[in-house]
Design a protein. Structure first.
Length: 347
């Protein structure tokens, strides 16, 4: 099968690899589309030990089952599916309580096992979510990053929210924007340093956008919200500075949700948290329930998974990877397409 392969640090190749072995509890999927994640770009650039070559990356994918392991009963050849990025053990205390994203024995596609920058991928059956016929593959592959946004909404469901700020208008920030707007109907403001990304955030429904390199963040937020306080901040960047910005704009008693992993910073000062009784909460990946909710959102048409995406054939995967890494202009997200998809232009 053809793959976008990561053979060693600083190198990507389009190359042929063996079709993966399918265990008895797995299915073999013919990949239709796979998104490139910012975490893959970051670990490629930094030589991170989280993704060690040789490796096929890719964990945001959709496709069709072409073969079924002997112990798989609930799936059949021809089923349209998406998969969670996480492969949980299914047996530990966290898994049995529904927190499959936090499984201590978890694997991640394109990390501890080969992923879907390829024509085929083997997937444990318990990771699968059925894909309705009306949802195109090139939109469905983004159910996984959208599910990250859904997970953020659920982590904050106990908090009354009228106004919130998302720091970072990259893929996860834009997914969070759409998840909060569609699931909680709140006023969502978005901050980023790139004007093109802010324009897309506006298109996707942001109540206001801010460029902190040109506008003072706190004052501008206050003006845009009519003086109303910020109840919740999502830091989709994850730097020391954005952590600090997030705490600074929060009202007393507000919550900072941290999902970005730009750097492993230790930037939160106890006075910021304790004296105003603010909360800082981490968010990691998505559960199976989050994935199902994300697929339902895409099927409902309430979210836009296509108009701001750049599509490439697998053969052009290296270009797709570097185009997203260089982030020129409005290029935010690259998706590799292995099957014909509607309403997109291959590059």
């Amino acid at each position: 099968m053809k793959t976008l392969f990561y053979p060693k640090h600083d190198l990507l190749e389009i190359t042929d690899q063996q079709v993966p072995y399918m265990a008895k509890n797995e299915v073999l999927i013919k990949v239709a589309a796979c998104g490139i994640c910012g975490s893959e770009l970051e670990t490629f650039k930094s030589h991170s030990s989280r993704r060690v070559p040789p490796l096929i990356m890719g964990h945001e994918f959709s496709g069709v089952i072409v073969d079924v392991g002997e112990s798989v009963a609930d799936w059949k050849k021809g089923d349209r599916v998406v998969s969670n990025a996480i492969v949980p053990c299914g047996h530990c205390e966290l898994c049995t309580s529904g927190k499959t994203n936090l499984c201590q024995n978890r694997q991640v596609f394109g990390m501890q096992r080969n992923g879907a920058f390829a024509e085929y991928v083997n997937v444990p059956a318990h990771c699968l979510i059925p894909l309705p016929e009306m949802v195109p593959f090139h939109a469905a592959c983004l159910a996984e990053p959208l599910a990250n946004g859904v997970h953020l909404v659920k982590l904050s469901k106990h908090i009354p929210v009228n106004n919130m700020l998302i720091i970072g208008a990259g893929p996860i920030g834009l997914m969070a924007l759409q998840a909060f707007r569609s699931m909680r109907q709140v006023h969502v403001f978005v901050a980023d340093l790139l004007e093109d990304r802010l324009s897309i955030a506006q298109k996707l429904g942001a109540s206001g956008v801010i460029n902190p390199s040109r506008q003072e963040l706190v004052a501008t937020l206050s003006e845009m919200s009519g003086g109303a306080s910020i109840d919740l901040v999502v830091d989709a960047v994850g730097s020391a500075q954005t952590n600090q910005y997030g705490l600074k704009v929060l009202k007393p008693g507000g919550v900072l949700l941290m999902i970005g992993l730009h750097q492993n910073s230790k930037s939160l000062e106890s006075y910021d948290l304790v004296l105003a009784e603010k909360q800082a909460v981490g968010s990691y990946a998505a559960t199976q329930e989050d994935m199902r909710d994300a697929v339902s959102l895409i099927a409902s048409g309430k979210v836009d998974m296509t108009s701001w995406i750049n599509y490439y054939n697998l053969e052009n995967g290296i270009t797709a990877f570097y185009d997203m890494m260089e982030a020129k202009g409005s290029h935010i997200k690259s998706v590799l397409v292995m099957e014909p998809a509607k309403n997109h232009s291959d590059k």
